[in-house]
Design a protein around this ligand. Structure first.
Ligand SMILES: Cc1cc2nc3c(=O)[nH]c(=O)nc-3n(C[C@H](O)[C@H](O)[C@H](O)COP(=O)(O)OP(=O)(O)OC[C@H]3O[C@@H](n4cnc5c(N)ncnc54)[C@H](O)[C@@H]3O)c2cc1C
Length: 228
């Protein structure tokens, strides 16, 4: 049994998660934060290593109020986590869903509608075998629910080559922009097209590998039909 931090109904608003501008767009409730994390496929993780800032796009998964990520043990990220020791490596990570392009009459008011989560905290390497197994399942099932049961689990050699990391959600908040166009009244008569272009991530037609059934398994058919 892997112990995870309690799930709070609302995350604390902290100095780290309070922006200077448009604070009305911020959400600290766990439902909003978790819904964004669960819908998105990738995160960008920023950290300091070898005297310079880094940012890395990675896949991730959420279990209660803990995120799991993985990377090669030879990567800058894994080496920096090892160097940081028990305290963990301070990171910030962003998870963004782009909902719309906002095309205003003025250049200034071009924008996007979005849902975004930023979390700050120490990233630590997971070494407990039960938690390593949990973390791998969470990562794979985050891509497509039910997928982990339809793949070979990692071997000891693979888990030695690929470090699993955990970040506990505490300093975390969501920011949502959903109001579309916002223009200066003086610009409304200008002769430029203006409006909102909704964006959506949709899966294409699966391309089965040689030797597997052309018909996707049931969990995958369910996932595809929910998104097309
Ligand atoms: C797709 C996308 C495009 C954007 N484009 C622009 C742009 O072109 N220009 C622009 O000024 N802003 C843009 N933003 C908003 C930008 O991310 C900041 O939220 C905003 O600039 C406020 O900055 P700040 O200085 O007040 O925040 P800061 O004071 O720097 O933020 C302090 C803390 O507040 C929290 N926070 C801030 N922003 C976010 C966020 N987006 N999501 C979750 N938590 C957050 C974080 O914990 C952060 O560390 C965009 C956001 C997204 C998701």
């Amino acid at each position: 049994m892997v112990a995870t931090p309690d799930l709070p109904p609302v995350y604390d608003r902290t100095t780290a998660t309070t922006p200077t501008r448009n604070r009305d767009r911020m959400h600290y409730d766990a439902d909003t934060v978790h819904a964004i994390l669960d819908e998105a496929f990738l995160t960008h993780v920023s950290f300091q290593a070898s005297g310079r800032p880094h940012v890395l796009p990675l896949i991730f998964g959420r279990h209660a109020s803990r995120l799991y990520l993985h990377a090669s043990t030879g990567s800058h990220l894994a080496l920096a986590v090892r160097h940081a020791g028990d305290a963990g490596l301070p990171v910030s990570l962003a998870v963004t869903i782009a909902d719309s392009l906002v095309l205003a009459r003025s250049a200034m008011h071009h924008s996007m509608d979005y849902r975004c989560v930023i979390a700050h905290g120490p990233l630590r390497r997971v070494t407990d075998p039960d938690e390593v197994a949990l973390g791998w399942r969470v990562l794979v099932d985050h891509l497509i629910a039910g997928r982990y049961a339809d793949c070979r689990p990692p071997t000891p050699r693979e888990t030695a080559q690929t470090a699993l990391f955990a970040l506990d959600l505490a300093d975390v908040a969501a920011r949502v922009r959903s109001h579309g166009l916002s223009e200066d009244a003086a610009d409304l008569g200008l002769d430029h097209w203006a409006g909102v272009i909704p964006l959506r991530t949709t899966p294409g037609t699966p391309r089965p590998d040689d030797g597997v059934s052309a018909e996707p398994p049931a969990y995958l058919r369910r996932w595809l039909s929910a998104r097309t």
